[in-house]
Design a protein around this ligand. Structure first.
Ligand code: HXC
Length: 287
């Protein structure tokens, strides 16, 4: 399904910004990550999205490909981020078919509402495995390619000139804000997201000298997503929207625009950061 551009990217970015770039994305069949990838593809990138569900992932890849005529978008199903060998094979196929990996979005996540009492050991572990281990696997499998990309796109460190080849060697992890304050029934997710933040910060330090940047995007409540639909019952949703500092929930376009910024030349000196895209939602007093 093709979507109007205004739904997934704002008008400020230059067409062709990501020409000849390749993005690899886990969780790419989901609402937020697919918008991020769609925006990058619209601006010239080719893409590989992976997910557990074959039909959903392949269908989404076809839909994303409509964002730009001539775009190559591969959808690989049966990829469980908990299994390193799945990711390794998918990344290898991406690099072989599309010519490398310049950008990575680690977006695969698991979530449900459950109190600590209701959580079985396996339920807690499942979310840790999908979120933390899955993000680590994604980084480990893609870093060799990101190193190559960073080296190719590197410019003299004293120069403010952008590389004529554009940017490369960048990774974004999708996190959340719930672990800043704590929130009932989300212990498993909060612990996992804190782990993802730590992973990103360490990659930024360890791989910065190679020209790689690593950042977190922490979305707030984003309209029409599985996360919001699961966490907010419909009877309280309207009130929640009205009480937001900006009087609205975010849109997937807000997250896609943040992604474009971090992968563009404008984001070159931003690394080891958390970009919270939540309209100040998490700062609202709750008591
Ligand atoms: C309590 C639950 C549960 C629930 C599952 N479990 N749902 N426990 N309440 N509602 C338990 C199961 O009983 C089982 O434990 C264990 O979790 C694993 O469940 P399985 O279904 O066997 O595992 P699996 O198929 O791997 O599913 C993983 C999952 C599932 C995380 C449980 O929900 C999933 O696949 N989700 C992926 C999609 C998703 O959640 N997307 C939302 C992302 S939104 P036992 O002990 O019985 O074996 C998002 C936004 C975050 O991330 C924003 C935060 C604000």
């Amino acid at each position: 399904m093709s979507l109007p551009k205004s739904e997934y990217i704002s008008d400020v970015w230059k067409d062709g910004l990501f020409k000849n770039k390749v993005v690899f994305c886990t969780g790419g069949g989901g609402t937020i990550c697919s918008a991020q990838v769609r925006a990058l593809v619209h601006l010239g990138a080719d893409a590989c999205i992976v997910g557990r569900n074959v039909e959903k992932t392949e269908k989404m890849a076809k839909s994303i490909a409509t964002a730009r005529s001539g775009a190559k978008v591969i959808g690989i199903g049966n990829v469980d981020v908990r299994k390193y060998e799945h990711l390794e094979a998918a990344v290898e196929r991406c690099a072989k078919e599309l010519g490398g990996v310049d950008f990575v979005i680690a977006g695969a996540a698991g979530n449900f509402l459950a109190s600590i009492n209701q959580l079985s050991v396996n339920a807690f572990k499942s979310v840790m495995d999908i979120d933390v281990l899955g993000s680590y696997h994604t980084a480990k499998a893609t870093l060799p390619y990101l190193k190559e990309s960073a080296a190719k796109h590197r410019v003299d460190s004293n120069s403010l000139q952008a590389s004529p080849l554009g940017t490369g060697g960048r990774i974004i992890f999708i996190s959340a804000t719930i672990h800043y304050t704590g929130i009932p029934f989300q212990t498993h997710v909060a612990v996992a997201k804190a782990g993802i933040d730590a992973l990103s910060h360490n990659i930024a330090l360890e791989f910065g000298p190679l020209g790689i940047t690593s950042n977190i995007i922490a979305p707030g409540p984003i309209a029409n997503t599985e996360g919001v639909d699961r966490l907010l019952p419909s009877d309280v949703k309207q009130e929640a929207i009205k009480s937001q500092p900006l009087g609205r929930f975010g849109s997937v376009r807000d997250i896609a625009d943040a992604t474009v910024y971090l992968f563009s030349d404008s984001g070159s000196y931003v690394s080891g950061q958390v970009l919270v895209v939540d309209g100040a939602s998490w700062r609202m007093p709750s008591g």
